[in-house]
Design a protein around this ligand. Structure first.
Ligand code: FE
Ligand code: CA
Length: 522
């Protein structure tokens, strides 16, 4: 590591420590700016909910044609208020945070001391400007037995492919949480003839990624959904670069470590993550995002990171990184027992979470398809190396741990493939008689386009553990859970070409407690 980078990390860590203390804010409050524009144009958000707190987020930005440009200011004091009611008549907590230019004037307020299982409202102020308000909530107490949990999960929102109208409908679903499973941004450049256009070329620098997050957040339906409920997050590849794995991108010539560090920092700056995510400080190129959330004893949601620690995709050609579709016989590396999707540390962490879980339902929320998806022709067997099919030994270890520890009602949630796949997860996918050990719902994309339905039908037909597969529609998946059953609704918009699409339920499924595997109910 070079000295400048090291000095910068130490400096950022000090700033973060400072930002944690409200005392620092007073010094700057005196010269609070009189704004000529709305510095809170990116809106507000909340996330990382706990039974006693939640992280509140906003970011102050400069005016200009391209949203997300840095303000010319130094550190700014940002006041925050939390109320027990929508009209802010009953303020129950308030304070000051410091927004520093090194973190793009983002604000992350880590609230503590709130009551469990309650809704709260929050807003920010800086100088003459006040933000819009957001609504958030705490988790139920760890030992409580909540009757119900309602959440939606979503992924893959390529801005150029259309509007985020799905979120307008999601906002009316009376949700407790949103679970986002990756591809929040796409790093790609500008393409002609799309529904909307990126504002600059492919993202490489910190400045590029910051501008990209700002562009995506400028969609009013997405911004409104962030203000509605807390979100849980994981990422997939496009938050950095298509098909990257750990320290390797598809294009082996670039300085990928610097690019990943920039992308990870921008991710932190634009999502409501706790500062503990910044393991070695901002810009270190490491971000700890895997975590678990307990909805009392009803459900445990483990959010996994399937990108940062994985082995490189199997059987890459020498000149190139990224994924491929490989013949089973020609790629023995794929089957190597040492290969990991999560990395040894996260894998051990997940097993411990599952083993100790007191919850009636155990959601494993991660970024891609877990079930085997053999996609050859005739007797030839082929697998895509980017999803869990590229890491079959790691998949087998995970599913084996579910059996070994008698984990109650495991349900795997995923994204990435721009399609909804409802599958039975088994220790041996090639044995039609093998027991179902977990239920999988891999959900469709918000906007990103998928395979043709005929291609999906052809692949699904080769994989009898796939119960339902639709790649022709965009939307999100709703989960309505009680102790007895999980009901899962595949919601689809009729168009991404308009900000105000209609919605319909393409299919609904039920998982009954004690019986793994989804049953279609509508
Ligand atoms: Fe995607
Ligand atoms: Ca992806």
């Amino acid at each position: 590591m070079n000295i400048d980078l090291l000095a910068r990390r130490v400096f950022l860590r000090k700033l973060l420590a400072l930002a944690g203390g409200a005392f620092a804010a007073r010094a700057w409050a005196a010269d609070a700016p009189k704004w000529q524009h709305d510095p809170f144009a990116l809106g507000v958000a909340s996330g990382s909910p706990r039974a006693d707190g939640v992280v509140l987020w906003t970011r102050l930005v400069a005016p200009g044609a391209e949203l997300g440009q840095l303000l010319p200011h130094g550190p700014l004091a940002v006041g925050w208020e939390v109320a027990a009611d929508k009209s802010f008549d009953r303020i129950i907590a308030s304070g000051n945070a410091v927004a520093v230019p090194e973190l793009a004037h983002s604000v992350h307020v880590e609230l503590r001391g709130l009551a469990p299982d309650r809704w709260y409202w929050y807003r920010f102020r800086c100088g003459s400007a006040q933000s819009s308000s957001g609504r958030t909530r705490t988790l139920p107490a760890a030992d409580s037995r909540p009757e119900r949990l309602r959440f939606a999960f979503a992924s893959c929102q390529n801005y150029e492919r259309g509007h985020y109208g799905a979120y307008r409908h999601m906002a009316r679903e009376n949700l407790d949480l949103v679970v986002f499973l990756g591809d929040y941004i796409y790093e790609y450049g500008i393409h002609a003839g799309e529904a909307r256009a990126h504002t600059r070329g492919e993202c490489f620098s910190l400045d590029d990624y910051r501008a990209r997050y700002a562009l995506y957040r400028s969609d009013p339906a997405l911004a409104a959904m962030h203000a509605e409920v807390p979100w849980l997050f994981t990422w997939d590849d496009h938050e950095v670069a298509n098909d990257y794995a750990n320290d390797r991108a598809k294009d082996l010539t670039q300085d990928f470590i610097a690019r990943r560090a920039a992308a990870y920092q921008a991710y932190y700056e634009h999502q409501p993550l706790a500062a503990t995510a910044l393991i070695d400080g901002a810009g270190s190129g490491r971000l700890r995002i895997y975590d678990r959330y307990d909805w009392g004893r009803l459900a445990r949601i483990s959010m996994l990171d399937c990108r940062q620690y994985r082995n490189h995709q199997a059987c890459q050609s020498p000149e190139r990184g990224g994924s491929g579709v490989v013949d089973e016989a020609a790629c023995p590396e794929r089957l190597d027992a040492a290969r990991s999707m999560l990395g040894a540390e996260q894998e051990a962490w997940l097993e411990a979470q599952l083993k100790a879980s007191p919850a009636g339902w155990n959601f494993i929320a991660q970024s891609t398809l877990m079930a085997q998806s053999e996609n050859g022709k005739g007797t030839e067997r082929r697998y895509w190396t980017d999803a869990w099919d590229g890491y079959p030994a790691a998949r087998h270890r995970l599913l084996g741990a579910l059996v070994e520890h008698k984990v109650r009602n495991p349900v795997v949630l995923g994204g990435d493939i721009h399609a909804t796949w409802v599958t039975d997860l088994k220790l041996d996918f090639d044995d039609p008689k093998a027991a179902v050990v977990a239920t999988e719902f891999c959900g469709t994309s918000i906007t990103s386009t998928g395979w043709s339905q005929s291609k999906t039908d052809a692949v699904a037909s080769r994989n009898p553990h796939v119960k339902w597969a639709r790649s022709d529609r965009r939307g999100y998946t709703l989960v309505d859970l009680d102790a007895e059953r999980a009901r899962v609704y595949c919601r689809a918009v009729d168009s991404t070409a308009t900000p105000n699409p209609a919605i319909e339920t393409l299919a609904a499924f039920e998982v009954v407690s004690g019986t793994p595997g989804a049953r279609r109910i509508a």
